[in-house]
Design a protein around this ligand. Structure first.
Ligand code: RFL
Ligand code: PHB
Length: 396
């Protein structure tokens, strides 16, 4: 099988790239190791930046997002039993949109299938070979070997994928920061406690109170890294969410049926070498942010937009410079999102027993809620910095 671009992974990065290439008349094959059902039901992110939402509309996949997404002006912060709303919309305009990652993935898959774009599920990439003139991707497709030849490979296979290991270790410029904590996440049939999402800073650790609709909540608890999900009963989860979110100005958290649970370690990682010849790394394959600040999916989409533009330029006019500068074009926005996620993570989590630490964190939280200048600065990044390039290239 031959195509112009072999895309490994049907997450937000791979599916968005496939759609943008299709609209530019560039062929691709998307190869996904999991089943369609698995990727369409995997619970993950939920907060979309404005540039992500605008892009989905441009790509013609924003219809359900417009109907079902919840538009938020900012978020709430609670500490010392007091609740504060950071209203970014009032200060700088714009919105964030709450829409589950798997819903976006469903929309992109439905569109890919409706436009007859090749998309293989249960197809695991086992090897990648690149030369100066092209690439070969070896795939195990439900037990049958398959070979794809392509001009380029887009590694959109997430943090645990195979693409990054194709970049020789000595030439990989990598930065890692790990945190001794994880997020225990739940989905529950309850009414959200605040009209927009809320981060609570408590001495036991952060609790996050987000939503997926008027009657479904998505909530998280900071837990130690070595936590076993089975050690937490539903009652213990509700007790701890209630304790950390206790306030003097809002009713107590509502309890209800928990129907999904997950555990995610907090990690910051950047592989600055996002290109090796004809292989490009996008999204979680190249970088991970801790979930505080909700940047991961949005960065994956931003990388896809940059690569789409560079490939459009190459196929449109033979220009190679945008491909060659792919990493440098992506990295400033990635590091700004890393900085934002690190700031929120270190301000909102309990990461040490040092009493001076909490006083410093409280001072920063106080500045956030008392200073409109601080709020505007946070809001600019939360609602989404502009993408580095257009997703399409005009040859004229
Ligand atoms: P994905 O989504 O991991 O997709 C990679 C795909 O590649 C497949 N794959 C392979 N396919 C073929 N052959 C192989 N050898 C393969 N190896 C892997 C995988 O099966 C998979 O389908 O990466 P992508 O596209 O880069 O997207 C990144 C996002 O998924 C991720 O950054 C976000 O979920 C992070 N994140 C959040 N991001 C936000 O922007 N807003 C949020 O509100 C937000 N909340 C979160 C989050 C992540 C969380 N967890 C679980 C880590 C909340 C949590 C709790
Ligand atoms: C979510 O709604 O899943 C969510 C909210 C805030 C975050 C991360 C995830 O920081």
């Amino acid at each position: 099988m031959h195509t112009q671009v072999a895309i490994i992974g049907a997450g937000p990065a791979g599916l968005t790239l496939a759609r943008m290439l299709h609209l530019q008349g560039i062929t691709s094959v998307v190869v996904e190791q999991r089943s369609r059902e698995y990727v369409e039901t995997r619970t993950r992110a939920g907060i979309l930046e404005q540039p992500t939402v605008a892009l989905m509309h441009e790509l013609g996949v924003g219809e359900r997002l417009a109907d079902e997404g919840m538009s938020h002006n900012g978020f709430y912060v609670r500490f010392d039993r007091t609740t504060h709303h950071l209203d970014f919309h009032r200060l700088i305009g714009g919105h964030a949109t709450v829409y589950g990652q798997q819903e976006l993935v469903k929309d992109l898959i439905a569109n890919r299938i409706a436009t007859d774009g090749p998309l293989l599920f249960d197809a695991s990439v086992t090897a990648i070979e690149t030369t100066a003139s092209g690439a070969r991707v070896l795939v195990d497709h439900a037990g049958t070997p398959l070979e794809i030849t392509a001009d380029f490979v887009a590694g959109c296979d997430g943090f645990h994928g195979v693409s990054r290991t194709h970049v020789p270790a000595p030439s990989r410029r990598e930065f890692t920061r790990t945190y001794p904590v994880a997020w225990l996440g739940i989905l529950a049939r309850t009414t959200p406690t605040t009209p927009e999402g809320m981060y609570c800073a408590h001495e036991n650790g952060i609790s996050v109170h987000s939503m997926r609709g008027p009657k479904i909540t998505r909530q998280y608890l900071q837990v130690p890294l070595d936590t076993d999900l089975a050690d937490w009963s539903d009652e213990q989860i509700w007790d701890e969410l209630t304790r950390r979110s206790a306030s003097d100005d809002f009713p107590e958290l509502e309890r209800g049926e928990i129907f999904d649970r997950s555990l995610a370690p907090l990690r910051s990682y950047v592989c600055e070498t996002m290109q090796d010849g004809r292989l490009f790394l996008l999204g979680d394959a190249a970088h991970i942010v801790p979930p505080t600040g909700a940047k991961g999916l949005n960065l994956a989409v931003s990388d896809a937009s940059t690569l789409s533009f560079a490939l459009g330029a190459f196929y449109g006019s033979g220009a190679r410079e945008h491909l060659d500068s792919y990493s440098e074009t992506c990295l400033p926005r990635i590091w700004k999102a890393q900085h934002f996620s690190w700031t929120l993570t270190t301000t909102l989590h309990a990461l040490s027993d040092d009493p001076m630490d909490w006083r410093l964190r409280r001072a920063r939280l106080s500045r956030w809620v008392e200073s409109e200048a601080e709020q505007a600065a946070l809001g600019e990044v939360y609602l989404g910095l502009p993408f580095p390039t257009h997703w399409w290239h005009s040859a004229s």
